[in-house]
Design a protein around this ligand. Structure first.
Ligand code: SF4
Ligand code: SF4
Length: 382
């Protein structure tokens, strides 16, 4: 397979525009209108007659107030703007492989918003995909993403057990359909390898505009089982790396410790405009990102003491088996552990586990905690 040329031949603008927004009801319409007019990020002339794919974060089937998925009120405003500007619009995503798509559309409110706007929802699994090879990585991209003229990405700003932060760059990983995502996790288990994969993927995608939903974000055990936290802003940029670096500054995280931002800090240094946002604290999990701080050779040699693995809370687990289905390494056997109800919790094969956190992402009962080894915890303290 021939390596594909980058579609990001012209570097996107690194401007990141932020606007305060207190809630999804009264404040959101005015904040969104301000964001569009002040940033000029989606002018009607640039989208009229063009195929625009809107990509929310639809990780799994949770209600909007759980802050797992992009809020439908923001999606509604984006669709209205694009349609009134003459764009040919569709919405699409590829939820976590163990999630049921119809349940995701119903519970997140995204299905209702698409119907109301008269915009089709495209399932990336069903639409087909093409393979790409670049920068030493091979991956599939869903056809509706690759064929769009423009992607409008609507990430939810959340903590993440593997990558520390999930926002604009990580939302684009949803362009990889269904089970291919878990396969890539298995092939590239180390956070820094996975980060380079995300960078490679972005280079083959069409131009992207990201509008981050940080009105209510998630902290703690993200991306699926953390706590909703009022962050109070929207942020937009044509450069997803610049946007995430700017978010790190706002959330008081070091961008050089986010695996997928390593090596991008100079080329994607954000130029910030708009409201100044000050978030006093943002709680992140002590998780696999710590492994990214350890040199590869040391991590491989010390794999017995440097690990992050799931711990299953048998009192919460009801034995649905979603985690075992999502595990790319086959490390969870359904029904062998002790569970709260009649169906027992999965048992973990500790030697097979690669610490990817896919099981943690799909658990509907918040029964899985990604837990670093004692040595890694010590490393974190120092
Ligand atoms: S058990 Fe969980 S963390 Fe371990 S490989 Fe499977 S999905 Fe990943
Ligand atoms: S740990 Fe969670 S996902 Fe796994 S079987 Fe139990 S409830 Fe289901």
């Amino acid at each position: 397979m021939e390596p594909v040329p980058s579609r990001q031949c012209k570097p996107p603008s690194r401007t990141v525009h932020t606007v305060r927004c207190a809630d999804y009801a009264d404040a959101l319409p005015a904040a969104f209108a301000r964001l569009l007019s002040e940033s000029a990020i989606l002018p009607a002339a640039a989208v009229s007659g063009r195929h625009v794919l809107v990509k929310p974060n639809l990780l799994t089937d949770r209600e909007p107030d759980k802050a797992v998925t992009t809020h439908p009120a923001l999606l509604r405003l984006v669709l209205r703007h694009l349609k009134s500007s003459g764009a040919i619009v569709s919405v699409g995503d590829s939820p976590a492989s163990a999630a049921n798509l119809q349940a995701v559309l119903d519970r997140t409110g995204v299905g209702a918003v698409c119907r109301e706007a008269g915009v089709p929802f495209v399932s990336f699994e069903q639409a087909g995909a093409d393979s790409y090879e670049t920068d030493g990585f091979r991956f599939a991209i869903a056809r509706p993403v690759a064929e769009a003229d423009l992607i409008v990405s609507l990430p939810k700003v959340k903590s993440h057990s593997l990558t520390k932060l999930t926002a604009a760059v990580k939302n684009l990983y949803g362009a990889v359909p269904g089970y291919s995502k878990t396969t890539l996790h298995r092939l590239h288990p180390r956070p820094d390898d996975f980060g380079r994969l995300l960078q490679a993927m972005w280079r083959v995608l069409p131009p992207t505009v990201s509008i981050a939903d940080a009105v209510v974000g998630m902290e703690g055990q993200g991306p699926a089982n953390g706590r909703p936290v009022n962050l109070g802003f929207l942020a937009a940029s044509a450069d997803p790396f610049a946007l995430d670096i700017a978010l790190c500054r706002i959330l008081r995280l070091r961008p050089d410790t986010i695996p997928y931002l390593k090596g991008t800090l100079h080329a994607h240094a954000p130029e910030c405009s708009g409201d100044s946002i000050d978030v006093k604290s943002f709680d992140i999990p002590v998780g696999s990102h710590l492994l990214g701080l350890v040199p590869s050779c040391v991590a491989k040699l010390a794999a017995k003491v440097l690990w992050v693995r799931p711990r299953i809370d048998g009192a919460r687990c009801f034995g649905c088996g979603k985690c075992a289905k999502a595990c790319p390494a086959g490390a969870l056997s359904p029904g062998n552990g002790a569970g709260a109800e009649e169906r027992p919790a999965p048992a973990l094969d500790r030697h097979a586990c690669i610490g990817c956190a896919c099981c943690h992402e799909v658990c509907p009962k918040d029964a899985i905690r990604m837990t670093p080894s004692p040595v890694l915890r010590l490393f974190h303290v120092f």
